[in-house]
Design a protein. Structure first.
Length: 122
């Protein structure tokens, strides 16, 4: 089986993140390339897409992204039995913000107005 030399070089570079031995990196790269001859091209595309997704999530304040400039409100979580860590607060705040944004962007759907079925019940 022949391999693309560019894929092999990229593979060694990537796999050196996991080992200090270039022979081991080469072996790992070759294993990946046996499965998918363009493995490292696909990996690169996937990583770029992931970066774009993170930037998109960051723009709406999702958790897991550095939003340190955004204040974190106090969150009351009954049943946890103690203070909530800042990391958990930030995660929950991001979820609440995303939920609110989704609610705000729903086409013509107002959660404060009863729907037709609710009106008929009254």
């Amino acid at each position: 089986m022949e391999f693309d030399p560019q894929q092999i070089l990229k593979g060694i570079e990537v796999e050196m993140e996991h080992t200090k031995d270039p022979r081991v990196a080469l072996e790992i790269a070759m294993d990946h390339l046996k499965e998918l001859p363009d493995y490292y091209t696909r990996l690169d595309a996937m990583e770029k897409q992931g970066e774009e997704d993170i930037e998109s999530l960051d723009s709406i304040g999702m958790p897991g992204i550095d939003n340190s400039e955004k204040p974190i409100p106090s969150i009351d979580l009954p049943g946890l039995g103690g203070p909530v860590s800042p990391e958990l607060q930030q995660h929950l705040t991001g979820i609440q913000d995303a939920d609110k944004e989704l609610e705000d962007t729903m086409l013509g759907f107002d959660t404060n107005t009863p729907n037709k079925a609710e009106e008929d019940e009254q």
